[in-house]
Design a protein around this ligand. Structure first.
Ligand code: FES
Ligand SMILES: [Fe+2]
Length: 367
């Protein structure tokens, strides 16, 4: 558990405050040299295909009869029709048009009407592909870049003390708005109808090569704690500011962008395991990167009494859906404002968000 006195362990990156960004953040493409979830595993059945995309690149995911998953460019090498319209037979993917057959490496391994003695044509591009945490991850970048070696680690996955909810939402905004929205807890006002009045306080900011993070603590200024929040994070009473300040054992929320992913963990005072562990990836789908597919795993620590989590779960789902709905509406409004103005006109004053913006620009690529 982080504490208010923790210090930066790597200041090499020290992203200067007030310094202008090197590039318009909304015209910055996400770096392809990372692993991105492109689908939920359950949406790709045996012997079938699923058409997805990464930043405008069409990709077909296929699961063979034996369960093997692979990812290819979603354009037949013959006439470029989507291979996702095709059929999986055994371990091969057959294009629906003239039945050219492909294997998991993208090689064309059969053309039914090819003249005897003629060589097979070139196949299509393949992508490294891994099924993990109930998601299908694809690596769309340069396979010789170091990013291929860094598969995301989600420590609460597989831990029976947690129950996980999948987030799977298509949101009409650039991925950078998603990072800023979650990391900037000063927007609790947006959620006043659901949460009442909450005062966040940033305790510490840390940063390093490829990441920034911030710790917050909160206190309730007015209103009642929503029941879904209480079930998820535990009961939190109204505490006067000065008292909360003085307490060493306050509740802590840590939000981190470890490029390109984002995590949020919430520790109740004194706990050694987080009550909430959220992992998110915001995957651009279109070439202009004005839309993203958000995949997330929201893991909630189960209460001590077995089975209780199932009773609480509908409240947790309803509460979080309400919050996500408000966030989704506001980030889409931000995207529309950007589109109308044609450039990023934000006047950001909060240090962690200034640092986050530098991080996203420095790690990203020009669009
Ligand atoms: S277009 Fe795919 S086989 Fe002809
Ligand atoms: Fe929010």
């Amino acid at each position: 558990m982080p504490t208010a006195s923790s210090v930066s362990i790597d200041r090499r990156a020290d992203r200067g405050l007030g310094r202008p960004l090197a590039r318009d953040i909304r015209k910055t493409g996400i770096a392809p040299d990372h692993w991105y979830p492109l689908a939920r595993a359950r949406d790709l059945r045996r012997a079938s295909t699923l058409g997805v995309s990464f930043a405008g690149e069409p990709i077909v995911l296929a699961r063979t009869a034996t369960g093997r998953v692979f990812a290819l460019e979603d354009r037949c090498a013959h006439r470029q029709v989507p291979l996702s319209l095709g059929e999986v037979k055994g371990e091969r993917l057959l294009c629906t048009y003239h039945c050219w057959a492909y294997n998991h490496t993208g090689a064309c391994i059969n053309v039914p009407y090819l003249d005897q003695g003629k060589g097979l044509p070139n196949g299509v591009k393949s992508y490294p592909c891994v099924e993990a945490y109930g998601l299908i991850f694809v690596y769309p970048g340069n396979v010789h870049a170091p990013g291929i070696l860094t598969f995301p680690q989600i420590t609460t996955q597989g831990n029976p003390a947690y129950r996980t909810r999948y987030l799977d939402r298509r949101i009409a905004c650039h991925y950078s708005f998603m990072h800023e929205n979650l990391m900037d807890m000063n927007h609790q006002y947006l959620h006043r109808s659901l949460m009442g009045s909450i005062n966040p306080k940033a305790l510490d900011i840390r940063e390093g090569d490829g990441w920034v993070e911030v710790d917050y603590t909160f206190h309730r200024a007015a209103g009642k704690q929503p029941i879904g929040e209480k079930f998820m994070l535990g009961r939190r009473t109204k505490t006067p500011d000065a008292k909360a300040e003085a307490r060493e054992d306050k509740d802590i929320m840590t939000i981190r962008t470890g490029y390109p992913y984002q995590t949020l963990q919430f520790w109740t005072a004194g706990a050694s395991e987080p009550a909430l562990d959220l992992w998110n990836a915001y995957v651009p789908t279109d070439a202009a990167q004005r839309h993203n597919h958000t995949f997330g795993l929201m893991s909630v620590r189960k209460p001590g009494v077995p089975g209780t989590i199932h009773l609480l779960w509908p409240f947790i789902v309803a509460f979080t859906n309400g919050i996500f709905g408000q966030d989704e509406a506001i980030v889409e409004a931000e995207q529309r404002a950007f589109d109308a103005q044609g450039r990023d006109e934000n006047n950001e004053i909060f240090p962690i968000i200034q640092k986050l913006r530098h991080l996203l620009v420095e790690q990203g690529v020009p669009l």
